[in-house]
Design a protein around this ligand. Structure first.
Ligand code: ATP
Ligand code: MG
Ligand code: FE
Length: 357
């Protein structure tokens, strides 16, 4: 089954074709980042208009790259939420129109389920149960995945998302938009330990997060500093270490609590190199150095096998893309799930309400 996937929830137009037999056949992405740069953030109305301009050329380009015509498609999937309502409407209207014209089934995909299952695009061996850390521009969640479509929220951010914290912190230190990846790049040349920021909410039980206070700590440190390029890098490093460590502590807790042996990490912040390294070390064995606590699989003592593994999508599939939407759409369409031909989007949408596969 060959499925066309369309992603337009925010400021990236993504299109892909996924074949349930042969895997990903082609994908293309157009980022509106330059369009929004002068405003320092995504302007919803401009985003919608740019999706209108770019979507159909991108569909043509993706089909050409896959060597397919529209008649070769068996279904259409588009992001139906969560996201910006106008931006979502563009993808939903185009997806629905194509499906109507071609007499194909179409399904609205949950954007965060797309992020969540993106690691499966390249790792067919990955199967639930697992714990997923979703860290993106709008979400920071720990989710227990019992099966595809069966999601239980274990914890989430009470204020800023992790990606949002990266973006806002970058902005207050004067880094160009979009700040998150830029801040991470800068942290590479920063020295660890010179600026120590707190690890919010790690000192109390539970799996919720809070990142907005960190931003204020950075602002105060930045204002009190000499504001030299090296200091900026050192602060960036201190901030990144605080976020990474906080996420790692909660991931470890979630694995212990659920007894899961596999950790899946997805969303834009999943592209962060230091986070990838830290979580790799977490599941590989000793945590916090040789004397630190060890993480053991449920039912095993210290002599039993240590935990399993951590899975990430490739960095390009951590951030928004059409491939993850085509993939989830293909799974759901193959299971016979699709909706009536109406253009409906759900800008706020709880993943726990999704139907099982
Ligand atoms: P959501 O998926 O919650 O609707 P979104 O689609 O805007 O939000 P993504 O595209 O998944 O989010 O991710 C974008 C976010 O990832 C941005 O906040 C960006 O700063 C962050 N990000 C991207 N690369 C990195 C990196 N290397 N280190 C840290 N953060 C990063
Ligand atoms: Mg984006
Ligand atoms: Fe996203």
């Amino acid at each position: 089954m060959r499925v066309l996937g369309i992603e337009t929830s925010c400021d990236e137009t993504g299109v892909a074709v996924y074949d349930t037999e042969r895997g990903l056949l082609a994908h293309a992405l157009y980022s509106q980042v330059e369009l929004h740069a002068e405003y320092g953030g995504v302007v919803p109305e401009l985003a919608s208009r740019d999706h209108v301009r770019k979507l159909l050329p991108l569909v043509r380009q993706t089909l050409a790259e896959a060597g397919l015509g529209v008649e070769d498609l068996d279904g259409v999937a588009y992001t139906a939420g969560p996201g910006l309502v106008g931006a979502l409407m563009v993808g939903a209207a185009a997806g629905r129109a194509l499906a109507w014209a071609l007499d194909l089934p179409a399904v609205g995909v949950h954007h965060m389920e797309g992020h969540l299952l993106a690691p499966m695009l390249e790792d067919p061996g990955l199967k639930p149960p697992f714990v997923a850390l979703l860290v993106s521009g709008g979400h920071t969640q720990l989710v227990e995945v019992a099966a595809i479509g069966a999601y239980r929220l274990l914890g989430e951010t009470l204020d800023d998302a992790a990606g949002e914290a990266f973006d806002k912190t970058a902005k207050l230190m004067g880094l160009p938009y979009p700040g998150g990846p830029e801040l991470a790049r800068l942290a590479e040349s920063g020295r660890p330990g010179l600026f120590k920021f707190s690890r919010p909410m790690t000192d109390r039980p539970g799996l919720d997060f809070s990142f907005s206070g960190l931003k204020t700590q950075v602002l105060l440190a930045w204002q009190a500093s000499d504001q030299s390029p090296q200091t900026r890098a050192d602060i960036a490093r201190g901030f990144e270490d605080a976020v990474v460590e906080t996420l790692a502590v909660k991931c470890e807790r979630a694995l212990k609590q659920t007894g899961a042996r596999t950790l899946v990490v997805a969303g834009g912040v999943g592209a962060n190199v230091r986070l990838r390294e830290r979580l790799q070390a977490l599941v590989a064995g000793p945590v916090g150095g040789p004397s630190g606590p060890k993480l053991f699989a449920k039912g095993f003592g210290p002599e039993g096998p240590p935990t399993g593994r951590v899975c990430f999508p490739r960095p390009a599939f951590c951030t928004d893309n059409g491939a993850m939407i085509a993939f989830v759409g293909a799974l759901r369409l193959r299971a016979g799930q699709h909706e009536a031909p109406a253009v409906t989007v759900t800008p706020r949408w709880d993943m726990a309400s999704l139907p099982p596969l």
